[in-house]
Design a protein around this ligand. Structure first.
Ligand code: 5CA
Length: 439
């Protein structure tokens, strides 16, 4: 992509309405534009990141054996009356009346909708287990939407729902998602700590939140200080095998959110406890028959008996993650994208747009990077070097490849790593080999 043709409305000054760094940087880097309180449009740069995040989430859901569906954003109120949540959900739910005076709502979550699909389609114990997920926009009329996409009113969520015959099967499904979440967040370069959590309006009694520690986080959290030195890696796993040891391994060290933390009952001494703030990027729940029972989601068992399906649900804040990744990875000059979610891998910077030698060398690199399938944003604008460097640092692509007259006279270009600031003078061929992973 050529920057001169790209829709990238960069902002130089800090927007005053943004209180936290990720919100400021997303606005400044031309990623989003507010439509109304807590509702955003995603501009090309932001949308690319959102899609990369979404794709990692999708791959890990599929790997764990879940199947993707797409449910509507608008749901009929009757379903929520069946589960008893229509009144309980209160003002957070956006209620709509259609032209026939039918009560509808914009889904804040989909337990009822998916339970209706499953109860109509699955009849026998042989049809279970199943895990179905979708990645769809949700609406919650939050009292205080804030921090940009972190607490939006309209936001993108991955929500998965598991259906099992019994509690043992349901715990296995829970464990699958627990492990899939460890992998998902690790692949994004994040350390998301699984913490014992409250279940709120979703219900149930077994629940974990996946939390990224950050001063700007909205949740108060408590964890064993050894978590600070623990790396969570995306190690591979056999989802059909026994996952309980993995679950035990990652829940061994104490970690709990505010609602679950009781200082009197805390199993570790005060000096080993870290009190911090965190961003909730995922939340998993086991709630048994909370929805299947009132909604009559049953199957026929081997002996002809009626079995009420055991359920769990598993959410990831896909749009929130974009902000959370920036909170975890930035410096005073801008965003530092982890490679896996970067909108482009490399910013190709031509320092002298007016110089024929620079222009043709830069254009040549641009074409070659494209044919090597390296995602490149080519800054071909007629701007000062200072403005180009500032823009490249702000948008935070992992690599900057700089073509300038001095280097070029010696057959060299400069490769800068955004994260470390390390610069190297190398030949264009070396740069291509490095960026395409061939060297
Ligand atoms: N049905 C369950 C799980 S599928 C559910 O709705 N869980 S949740 O309420 O915890 O939401 C799942 C995830 O969505 C949260 O962990 C969080 O990352 C994200 N999320 C929740 N509310 C918002 C919001 N207002 N703005 C952005 N992301 C949100």
């Amino acid at each position: 992509m050529r920057l001169s043709a790209y829709f990238l409305p960069l902002i130089k000054e800090n927007p005053t309405e943004a209180q936290i760094v990720s919100h400021r940087l997303m606005l400044r880097a031309g990623m989003i534009r507010q439509s109304s309180a807590g509702i955003y449009s995603w501009l090309p740069m932001g949308f690319r990141v959102l899609q990369k995040v979404e794709q990692i989430v999708r791959e890990e859901q599929d790997r764990a054996g879940a199947q993707e569906v797409l449910m509507p954003t608008i749901q009929p109120a009757e379903l929520w009356k069946e589960s008893g949540r229509y009144e309980d959900y209160g003002k957070e739910m956006l209620r709509i009346v259609d032209r026939h005076e039918r009560e509808m709502l914009y889904g804040p979550t989909n337990e009822e909708q998916i339970t209706e699909i499953v109860r109509a389609s699955l009849k026998s114990y042989r049809d279970l287990p199943k895990m179905l997920y979708h990645i769809q926009w949700k609406f919650r009329d939050e009292v205080r939407p804030r921090f940009g996409v972190m607490r939006g009113r309209e936001f993108l969520m991955k929500d998965n729902y598991s259906f099992d015959l019994d509690a043992k099967g349901a715990k296995h499904s829970y464990n699958k998602m627990f492990v899939a979440y460890l992998r998902t967040f690790a692949r994004m370069g994040l350390k998301a700590i699984p913490m014992r959590a409250d279940t709120g309006p979703i219900g149930g009694d077994l629940s974990h939140e996946f939390i990224i520690l950050a001063d700007t986080g909205e949740s108060a959290v408590y964890c064993d200080k050894r978590w600070l030195e623990t790396d969570i890696l995306a190690s591979s796993v056999d989802y059909d095998g026994d996952l309980e040891p993995v679950f035990q391994q990652w829940t061994q060290l104490y970690a709990a959110t505010d609602d679950k933390h009781d200082p009197k009952a805390c199993p570790i001494p005060k000096e080993d406890l870290v009190e911090a703030r965190g961003i909730e990027v995922g939340h998993i729940f086991y709630f048994g028959t909370k929805y299947s029972k009132p909604m009559g989601a049953t199957v026929v068992g081997p002996g002809g008996e009626t079995i009420t399906i055991e359920m769990g649900s598993y959410g990831i804040g896909v749009s929130r993650l974009v902000g959370a990744i920036i909170e975890a990875s930035h410096d005073e000059n801008g965003i530092i994208w982890p490679e896996a979610v970067a909108p482009f891998k490399v910013a190709l910077i031509n320092l002298r747009a007016g110089d024929e030698a620079c222009r043709s060398a830069a254009f040549d690199l641009y074409r070659k990077l494209q044919s090597l399938k390296v995602e490149v944003l080519y800054d071909d604008r007629d701007e000062s070097p200072g403005a180009k460097f500032a823009a490249a640092d702000l948008i935070g692509l992992p690599w900057q490849l700089v073509v300038g007259p001095r280097g070029l006279a010696q057959g060299k270009v400069e490769l800068k790593e955004r994260r470390t600031g390390k610069r190297e003078e190398i030949t264009p061929e070396e740069a291509l080999a490095r960026l395409s992973g061939a060297a």
